[in-house]
Design a protein around this ligand. Structure first.
Ligand SMILES: Cc1cc2nc3c(=O)[nH]c(=O)nc-3n(C[C@H](O)[C@H](O)[C@H](O)COP(=O)(O)OP(=O)(O)OC[C@H]3O[C@@H](n4cnc5c(N)ncnc54)[C@H](O)[C@@H]3O)c2cc1C
Length: 381
């Protein structure tokens, strides 16, 4: 069994609290929730009560303190529930709230953040559109000023928790300047003209809901504009660093769990009179999987611990995200192979994780886009 990466006592305690919660409250239901493409809303309240939703958020809005490592420990622990969809659904506030905390007034922070950290409201972030994903400067959702309101028109696609979110942090265009023309707004579920046009059906992350959203003349009060007009793009680029680090941890943790499941299976399963683990080809595969997991984990932790100390290395964040995503996909692929037919059955965690892993090189910035960032920031190319 590959042991978890060593961390300080507080972080280790929080990680095991999250793991115990996931094993008790998520794992027994993972198959059913994946089939239902949803999980009970009450899980947000349960996670909030353990401080999971507030991990990494400042205390003045009801968080547990601004330690970069704690939400990452939550991801490592929660993935033991065997459903990346539940983890991503529970954590959609992790990408939706930072922009409000960075750019919002104290009144906006007090209004939009604490109820989410208490598990009473669900928050989502809406950047991607039907016509543009990687190219954020291509956003076409418009916000036109009209007195003390803005009028929003447009559409957003692939929005995690979008089907049942109570509030959505939306990036919209307030002027034609590709980068300086983008501004954040908080759109609330009951605002006329805002609707969920489609619930989307996915390969993996199935227990999280994913939406296409429509904005048809939605009147949003100016009190819901987050930051000055034009401040959205640069805040988003900073916010991406946290999201990508979270996806790096999702990647190495997914691979670590798949490796441990494959190892346990290979010890128990017999073929030709011996445990499958005793075939050299299996032993070597497991050794190689463990090497890849430890390398990905080491890079993820290096970047996380630097960020915890206040040093965010943009190139290294993208490297960690890319490498962990690739390791998650390849280790899950090998784990399915070791489990044989059982690795293809919905009832096994390895099967679910292998589908979940495929999103990691796409979501939060694709591998190709990460490589563009690495080449530019590392080498000036
Ligand atoms: C399950 C799921 C959940 C998601 N959750 C959210 C969410 O909560 N909120 C949100 O806003 N978005 C969300 N997304 C969207 C996600 O961030 C985008 O899918 C992702 O950024 C890629 O954008 P795209 O799908 O439009 O692909 P595109 O940008 O159209 O890219 C298509 C292909 O072109 C390549 N490409 C693009 N630009 C370049 C370039 N410059 N150089 C080389 N290759 C390039 C890409 O790498 C990719 O291979 C989610 C997506 C999924 C699938």
């Amino acid at each position: 069994m590959l042991k978890p990466h060593p961390v300080d006592a507080d972080a280790a305690l929080f990680r095991s609290t999250c793991r115990r919660f996931a094993e008790a409250e998520i794992a027994p239901h993972a198959v059913a929730w994946e089939e239902a493409e949803s999980f009970p809303r009450s899980l947000y309240g349960q996670a909030a009560a353990l401080g999971i939703l507030g991990a990494g958020f400042p205390e003045h809005v009801g968080g547990a303190g601004e330690d970069v490592l704690l939400p990452l420990m939550a991801i490592e622990g929660l993935l033991h529930g065997g459903s990346t969809g539940v983890v991503m659904g529970l954590n959609s506030h992790g990408i939706a709230l930072p922009h409000i905390l960075k750019l919002g007034t104290p009144e906006q922070q007090a209004r939009f953040v604490p109820p989410v950290l208490r598990g009473e409201r669900i928050a989502a972030l809406a950047i991607t559109e039907p016509g543009t994903g990687s190219d954020v400067a291509g956003i076409r959702t418009r916000a036109r000023r009209d007195g003390d309101h803005y009028v929003l028109d447009g559409a957003k696609l692939f929005i995690t928790s979008g089907v049942r979110a109570d509030q959505v942090t939306v990036l919209a265009r307030t002027s034609d300047d590709p980068h300086r023309g983008l501004t954040f707004f908080v759109v609330e579920r009951d605002m006329p003209g805002f609707q969920v046009s489609r619930a989307l059906h996915k390969t993996g992350w199935r227990a999280s809901d994913t939406a296409e959203l429509a904005f048809d003349g939605v009147r949003v009060p100016t009190s819901h504009r987050i930051g000055a007009e034009g401040s959205g793009f640069f805040a988003l680029m900073q916010g991406f660093q946290g999201e990508r680090l979270a996806l790096a941890f999702t990647g190495h943790a997914t691979a670590e769990i798949a490796l441990n499941d494959a190892l346990a299976w290979a010890r128990e399963r017999h073929a030709f009179g011996r445990p499958v683990a005793k075939f050299q080809v299996t032993r070597h595969k497991l050794a190689d999987m463990a090497t890849r997991v430890r390398a990905a984990r080491a890079l993820s932790y290096e970047v996380a611990l630097a960020a915890r100390a206040g040093q965010v290395d943009v190139a290294a964040v993208s490297m960690a995200k890319n490498f962990a995503a690739e390791v998650a996909v390849s280790v899950c692929h090998d784990a399915v192979q070791i489990l044989g037919g059982m690795g293809y059955m919905r009832e096994t965690r390895v099967e679910r994780l292998s589908r979940d892993a495929r999103l990691l090189p796409i979501g939060g910035g694709t591998t190709e886009v990460m490589n563009e960032i690495i080449a530019r920031t590392q080498f000036g190319l």
